[in-house]
Design a binder for this molecule. Structure first.
Ligand code: SF4
Length: 303
């Protein structure tokens, strides 16, 4: 363990802090995490912890979700510039305009949204429960924002419903996970299952053997008889998979990087814990409104 990692471990005890780390974070950050997981798992952990301080290593919307679900805790985001571009693709104003065009139609927003957009939504979802959330609604028309690829994926499971989609996307999954990349890896590793994330394009999902959230990918690899897997999501997911399943083999797409997730490193984690800053603080009215769809997401559970 490095001196810095050892100091972070001391700080956890001194400050009664928990470090939550997303699967796409740098390996050095994953290694100091108390919990490493996907958006859903980390949101649940944030809502259940007894720690006084939550250090959230992920992009901003994830740290905001922790702040919304846990108002009596100090939420630290080690790098405020670590933002998700997809979350910036829809604003509260544009969602209000869309709602005005479809009065009475419920809004399901992917958790990759700002707190202000969540405050305008009826339900939140993650990629692990998007289908379950939409299936739980009685309405036949549903506004689904902001990830169009995830919306199209959900639509496959609910052909009886009409989803009104927003043209948002994740650059990493839309433009850095391509059929050609997967095909080349499959030619090299013909026995491997091809696993992709539902933020990928429909063509990529059609090519793959399975589409899952990142925790779904982990579960598949744990339970599968196979020993090799081609992983069509952000590259660092394979670090988590190798850590959990060292006897299996994982093949990432090397260019599938989310640069936003890489803005947090061990130095920033250490400095933020020494100073208990930068903190995530949101207006109380936004917290109160955003908590309703976010808590519904947690209550509905994984798909
Ligand atoms: S991988 Fe995509 S959706 Fe996830 S944080 Fe990065 S840009 Fe946003």
């Amino acid at each position: 363990m490095s001196d810095l990692a050892a100091r972070i471990s001391e700080l956890k005890t001194e400050k009664n802090a928990i470090i939550l780390v997303h699967n796409y974070q740098l390996p050095e950050v994953q290694d100091v995490g108390d919990i490493v997981g996907d958006s859903f798992g980390l949101a649940v952990s944030a809502s259940q912890t007894d720690s006084d301080v939550i250090v959230f290593c992920g992009v901003r919307f994830m740290a905001e979700s922790a702040a919304i679900l846990n108002q009596d805790k100090i939420i630290i985001h080690p790098e405020p510039a670590s933002l998700c571009p997809m979350a910036a693709m829809i604003t509260a104003d544009s969602l209000r305009e869309l709602k005005a065009r479809y009065p009475g139609v419920p809004v399901v927003s992917y958790v990759n949204t700002t707190a202000e957009v969540k405050a305008e939504s009826d339900y939140c979802c993650t990629s692990s429960n998007a289908v379950k959330v939409v299936q739980s609604l009685h309405e036949s028309k549903i506004i689904f924002t902001p990830d169009e690829n995830l919306g199209k994926y959900v639509q496959r499971f609910v052909p009886e419903k009409g989803l009104i989609l927003w043209p948002g996307y994740c650059d990493t999954h839309q433009n850095r996970v391509m059929v050609a990349d997967l095909r080349a890896l499959k030619e090299e590793h013909p026995d491997a299952d091809v696993l992709v994330h539902p933020e990928c394009t429909p063509e990529v999902i059609d090519f793959a053997d399975f589409a899952y959230s990142t925790e779904g990918i982990l579960k598949h690899c744990q339970s599968s008889q196979k020993a090799e897997f081609i992983v069509g999501t952000e590259r660092e997911m394979t670090y988590r998979l190798r850590t959990e399943l060292p006897h299996k083999k994982f093949y990432p797409i090397e260019k599938a990087i989310c640069p936003n997730m890489k803005k947090i490193n061990l130095e920033k984690v250490g400095a933020s814990m020494e100073n208990l800053a930068p903190r995530v603080e949101l207006p109380r009215d936004i917290i109160e409104k955003a908590k309703i769809p976010l808590q519904r997401m947690v209550d509905i559970g994984r798909g």
